[in-house]
Structure formats: structure tokens, C-alpha cells
Design a protein around this ligand. Sequence first.
Ligand SMILES: NC(=O)c1ccc[n+]([C@@H]2O[C@H](COP(=O)([O-])OP(=O)(O)OC[C@H]3O[C@@H](n4cnc5c(N)ncnc54)[C@H](O)[C@@H]3O)[C@@H](O)[C@H]2O)c1
Length: 349
Amino acid sequence: MERISDIGATPYEPAPRGESLRKLRNGGRSSGLESLKFALSIVLDCLTFVVLVIPILVRYAVGLFVSPQKKKIAGQLALVTGGANGLGREICLQLAKEGCHIAVNDLDATNGAKTVDDLKKMGVKAKFFKADISNYDAVQGLRKEIESSLGPVDILVNNAGVLPLMSLREGKPEDIQKVLEINLLSHFWTIRTFIDGMIERRMGHIVAVASVASYLPQGRMISYVASKYGLRGMMEAFSDELYYEGLSDQIKTTITFPFFMPTRKELIDMLCKLKIIARVPIFAPEKMARRTVNGILCNSRQVFLPKIFGFGLKEYEFIPNDVKRLGRKLVFQSDIPRLMPLPSQFNMG
Ligand SMILES: NC(=O)c1ccc[n+]([C@@H]2O[C@H](COP(=O)([O-])OP(=O)(O)OC[C@H]3O[C@@H](n4cnc5c(N)ncnc54)[C@H](O)[C@@H]3O)[C@@H](O)[C@H]2O)c1
């Protein structure tokens, strides 16, 4: 394919269709016998699949009842983005409990220093690194700084994120871009930056903090939903690619889907404004952090809190929209109001 930046520079070439496409798909099979052989090979592939899938299903069924053996991460270095506050800070503390050394990244240096002090009191090495993870060059600089003072990163926890109740027509175009840069693109930058070291050492674990919004396409927060849906797709595809490259036994991935947590004040203010503070479940960030670290120890691909959400959220997509909206109205008692002015309303008295 042409370089992405060159798109449109050369005339578009349409794909073959009709007879030429049929010939390509036929793979040069000219006789009936060759076509029959081809059909039989597909039947054989299906039978092979059925035979090979049985031990995999048995392993999964056993896994439902037997807890996996936990791996040891003591002495490993974890980088936690957005580690100064909220869920990130709790993840730092839980990782330190397991004996991990911690590189705390954030833009908030004041609370970053407090987190580092608390981590050091737990007897592990810890250092604060100020860097904007939505900027690729800043992430490259972050790697150099961490490696020269603490060593290579074994566990990367991509937690930093913003939670604006901002939709498509609200805010400025740069605001929407920033949400996607922080909540989605930053994961590309950090993984690209730290994966080579993990591949060299043939060990590593990459965690992405997504949200239940990765499954709930909620109006009034389109940019956030898009970033978290994108993150889910990205992490699933990335995990698949590690498998293709023969690295899935050495480098593990975990994606977490938290529900509401009382982290920053604006979030709780927003739930109050929406008048749903008493009507939605709210989970302690300490509990989500514990589940996240447990997910690392057990090499879990996905982490939900509570576990039952894992089933409910996946089935949600099959529910007809009218039923979903009726259910939401019962929970919220109204439609979600617009909390940010439209651009046309910015300068109004
Ligand atoms: N709080 C919730 O209810 C909730 C629910 C679902 C998912 N989440 C997700 O959990 C993660 C953590 O959320 P939280 O509630 O702890 O948020 P928070 O706002 O309390 O903390 C996020 C931290 O990330 C830092 N940060 C933001 N942008 C950054 C950047 N570009 N570079 C470096 N640091 C940056 C902030 O300074 C802050 O310290 C987010 O990804 C969020 O989307 C939160």
C-alpha cells in the first residue's frame, strides 16, 4: 500500500471485480476435480478445527473453577501513567505491595511526589517522572529518563485518562483531539516505546485501563466513548499480534473496564449535576486497583468489577435500542442533559 501520507498523490486504482475477481479467487482451478479437491480441503480444515478446539474448551472450563497460579512480580519495575492520583495512585500502591519498584508518571508533580513518598515508605524504589504521554517525543524522553535511573520497564500500566462529559458539537475541535490523544493515541506511543525492551528481555506485561464505556455507547460523551471503544479494539488486536509473533507466552496484556469510581472531584460533581449519584453503582478505586494487579498476577486478558459485568456488558450490544433506552430512563429518571454549551452558545450573556 502507498504511504499513508501519500494518499491522493497518485490516481486511485479500483480493485478487480466480476470475472477477473472470480479468476483470482479460483486460484487457477480449471477442472471440476480440482474444485472438488478444494472443497474437500475446506471440510478437512473444519474437522481439524473441531478436534483441536476440544482441549482448548476443556482448559477454559477447568479455568472457571480452578484459580490460576499467580506469577511473582517482586523486584520488577512498573511504569504507571497518571500514577499521581485516583486509580493510578492506587495501582502504584498495590503493585508496591507485591514488591514492584515504581516509576510514577503524571503531569501533576505535586501529588506525584506524595505518591512517591508513600511508595518509598513501603520499601520499594520509586521515582516521579513528569511527562505528557499524549506526546510521542515526550514518551521517548520518559523511557530514557526511567532507564537511566531505575532500569528497564517490565510492567507498563497505561492508566492516565481524561473523563470529559463532552460530545461531538461541544468544546473546541482541539479538545476532542486531546481526548483521543490522551485516552487512545498515548497507548500507541507508550507501547511502541517500551515493547522493544520487553521483546529483548522476553518478558513483560502491558495493562490498559479502559472503561465500561468501551461497551456502552452513551450519548453526551461521544469522544470519551470513541476513545475507550478504540482502546478495546486496539488491545485485543495487539494481544493477537503478540500471538502471531510467538511472544504471547512472554508478554502478556490485560485490559480493565472500571465503572464509576470516586477519584477526582469533578466526576462526583458531574454525577450530582446529573442527579444520578444515588442511582448508579460506585466502586472504590482501591478495589479496582487490587483487581487490576490481580489481573497482572493471573495473566487475565480482561478485568471487570464486578465480574458479572463481563457477561452483562458483552450481551448489551444485542439488546434492542428501545429496550436499552427504557432501562436507562429507569436508572437515570431522565435523559442525560447537555452539560457543556454548544460553540454557538459560548459568547452568550
Ligand atoms: N473514575 C471513574 O469513574 C472511571 C471510570 C471508568 C474508567 N476510568 C478510567 O480510569 C483511568 C483513571 O481515571 P481516574 O478516575 O483515576 O482519573 P483522575 O483524573 O483521577 O486521574 C488521572 C491522572 O492522569 C493524569 N494525566 C492526565 N493526562 C495525562 C497526560 N497526558 N500525561 C500524563 N498524565 C496525565 C492526571 O494528571 C491525573 O493525575 C482513566 O483512564 C479513566 O478513563 C475512570
